[in-house]
Design a protein around this ligand. Structure first.
Ligand code: ADP
Ligand code: MG
Ligand code: MG
Length: 192
């Protein structure tokens, strides 16, 4: 992953977030407050502006610009969580880690920030297994869809969705869905 691929990754993710704004808001309606799509659009607009203005010359610098804008502009709990993920990635890459190691560090950073783990119907249920699949070289669009859909069977115990308790069952988690879009964007970049 070089800096131009990192920027391309964000360009594709930005487009997917824009296309899926309503889907993400609708997923967040029965089990949250209906704003995940709007939050992510705001954040990714800021990320894109930040990358254009910052003209980063290396991957860690690009990742830090992404993190900073997600942290400050997304609003809602997803902002600090996505922000921590990209900051974790930046630190791992700066320390000479491979890209799959950086995603592993990102997943751990989200869990630390969110005081959460897997099986709680959150974005963790995409990030953690995706990190493993990247290490193993087995990540596909289909495997991402399966991970996202698997959150429907889970009961939320963290975040807003935990307020609805058992009624969170049967609904896909919006943060898992947006994370799925992030990794589908990654597959598109790697395929180029
Ligand atoms: P808010 O809930 O503040 O409105 P968003 O709707 O933008 O924020 O984001 C909600 C998403 O954030 C959830 O779908 C879930 O994936 C993720 N999330 C919330 N709390 C946590 C947590 N503690 N750990 C990991 N992910 C979380
Ligand atoms: Mg919300
Ligand atoms: Mg909200």
């Amino acid at each position: 992953m070089d800096v131009s691929q990192t920027i391309k990754w964000m360009e594709i993710f930005h487009a997917k977030i824009n296309e899926n704004k309503q889907t993400l808001n609708l997923l967040d309606t029965p089990i949250g407050d209906g704003d995940h799509g709007s939050n992510m659009v705001r954040g990714m607009n800021a990320v894109w502006e930040g990358l254009e203005e910052g003209q980063p010359g290396d991957v860690p610098t690009a990742l830090k610009i992404i993190a900073k804008n997600l942290l400050s502009k997304v609003g809602g709990s997803a902002g600090p969580l996505y922000g921590s993920a990209f900051l974790g990635m930046a630190k791992s890459m700066q320390a000479g880690g491979s890209f799959p190691e950086a995603i592993q560090q990102a997943a751990e950073s989200i869990m630390q920030r969110g005081k959460s783990t897997t099986g709680e119907k959150t974005m963790n249920d995409v990030w953690v297994p995706v990190a493993q699949a990247l290490q193993a070289g087995t990540l596909t669009d289909e495997s991402i869809d399966q991970l996202v859909q698997s959150t429907a069977q889970m009961k939320a115990t963290k975040g807003r969705a935990s307020y609805v308790g058992d009624r969170s069952m049967g609904h896909v988690d919006p943060g898992a869905y947006s994370s799925g879009l992030l990794f589908k964007a990654l597959i598109e970049v790697e395929g180029e």
